[in-house]
Design a protein around this ligand. Structure first.
Ligand SMILES: [Zn+2]
Length: 198
């Protein structure tokens, strides 16, 4: 039987995405064994993140400043905008370094099943940003799920009348594939082979 403190830590960690109760207990044991080294580093990292993180009011990215580093970087391409479902997708794509433009985070995907409507996502902000002009290309980088594709088609329709090239990540993404689980090579290929939405 573990102490109450250890149980509390394990059950807190078990709520993190990708960690179940078993992995959480293993993480706790790993930390206990490294309480002189890794534990203080983790505490420090968690507390500075807790103090500093903000949501970028322009794109929805999470960073230590607003506007975020991407929005504030003048060297990035101002004319192309990549729309993603979640911040995790933005990070995955940006890590691949193949897209040099700006991003917009929707904060989810349309879903009739879960009752997610256009007004529940950052779609009004996106349309306002796009209608303000300055972009040549909008890359819809939704996940290759039914809901992701529904969302991409909805957005393409809403932007149809604007003088823009609207593209979509290439198929060949595994169906049901969530962007942030893809390896960088696959992601790079999907981005490079992006095609116009009809
Ligand atoms: Zn931003």
């Amino acid at each position: 039987m573990a102490s109450q403190e250890i149980e509390t830590l394990a059950s807190t960690l078990a709520r993190l995405p990708g960690l179940g109760p078993r992995s959480a207990r293993r993480a706790v044991l790993w930390l206990v064994k490294r309480r002189e080294t890794a534990l203080p580093e983790l505490l420090e990292a968690l507390s500075s993140v807790g103090e500093a993180l903000v949501e970028c009011q322009t794109c929805g990215n999470v960073d230590t400043r607003d506007p975020c580093a991407i929005c504030a970087d003048p060297r990035r391409d101002q004319r192309s905008l990549c729309v993603v479902e979640d911040v995790a997708d933005l990070w995955a794509l940006d890590k691949s370094r193949l897209f040099g433009g700006r991003y917009h985070v929707l904060g989810g995907r349309l879903s009739a099943l879960d009752g997610v409507r256009p007004e529940d996502l950052n779609i009004a902000d996106l349309l306002a940003r796009v209608e303000a002009g300055g972009f040549d290309e909008i890359v819809l980088a939704m996940n290759a799920t039914l809901e992701g594709q529904t969302t991409a088609h909805y957005l393409a329709e809403r932007m149809e009348a604007l003088p823009l090239r609207i593209t979509q990540l290439a198929h060949g993404l595994p169906v049901g594939g969530e962007l942030d689980y893809l390896d960088e090579g696959t992601l790079a290929q999907a981005l490079r082979a992006r095609r116009p939405m009809s």
